[in-house]
Design a protein around this ligand. Sequence first.
Ligand SMILES: *Cc1c(COP(=O)(O)O)cnc(C)c1O
Length: 373
Amino acid sequence: MKLQMVDLLGQYKKIKNEIDKAVMDVFESSAYINGPAVHKLQASLEKYLDVKHTIPVANGTDALQIALMGLGLKPGDEVIVPAFTFVATAEVIALLGLTPIMVDVDPDTYNLTGEIFEKAITPKTKAVVPVHLFGQIADMENIVKIAKRNNIAVIEDNAQAIGAVYTFSNGTKQYGGTIGDIGTTSFFPAKNLGAFGDAGAIFTNNDDLAKEMRIVANHGMEKRYYHDKIGVNSRLDSIQAAILDVKLKYLDNYAAARQKAADYYDEAFKDIENIQTPVRSKNSTHVFHQYTMRVKDGKRNELNRYLNSKEIPNNIYYPVPLYEQEAFSHLAGAVSFLPVTDMLCKEVISLPMHTELTEEIQDIIIDAVKNFF
Ligand SMILES: *Cc1c(COP(=O)(O)O)cnc(C)c1O
């Protein structure tokens, strides 16, 4: 049996007829760009997430860039971002000439907290980008409260947690990506809601921001061939939209399959002293984009090598803190050593996590981990 980190083929085969028909319908319509399929997906996402505006874009990195551009930030403005994330989150900030201020994360949830965010605020802080890492929503109640008080915009990078739900202290529930001023997501194939290529989306309940971001994403034009500002070309193509609209119907089932697999891993590893299984946040559901555990006592690299030697797929998200990446080395002063991020980069390891896992497959993975310890 060939084990994999994700099983996109297995997932496709279960809904092949529906997907194939949706794609063929786009071929027949020949409306490849901004066709009815894109509008349909937009409406479906707005309904599912209970959000006023969805702006489909080409990928999750563009979504972040367009969000920052839509806010009208200026070079020199500071944007607070966790150092323990995929590079895209900080990359677009630097790309626009803004200053990414990299901060630490919580050692259990791996996410930004209100407390960490608040300490990094300066008079130049214009935005904060909490990342809902591995499928769980950051400390949004506190982050939003602190941001409002300081007039700072909140962009949620929800590339890894679409479908996760946050519960506020008063009992109100909201989907991740719809809580801050703007939310962004990625439909990269391996994400929880994956297209068959690149795709992404932006969410907001703010009419003005929605209008602004639509203009940015479309060459800075509102009226055709009249360009009010420098924008970008970031469109979601109709084929991807048609596929996503089919898969959105299964997103809750997919999350349930991931949660079941996560529980099974948790149970298997609960007596291994060196392993800290993923800690569930008390405010957020966990949709397990990744099953990422911590391996203590310096055994992570050894476990990684052992699993590789047994051909058990595993990955390290992320091996190097952003502030140690060569690309950010010019940002002296904006970046500095962060102890939790440093520790996580040395301790985390992710095991296969996808919608097609069976207990039979998981047992092979679990036995290998147990044999190592
Ligand atoms: C995947 C990802 C992105 C980028 O999305 P793309 O669609 O690959 O451009 C941004 N942020 C995070 C946290 C991601 O995991």
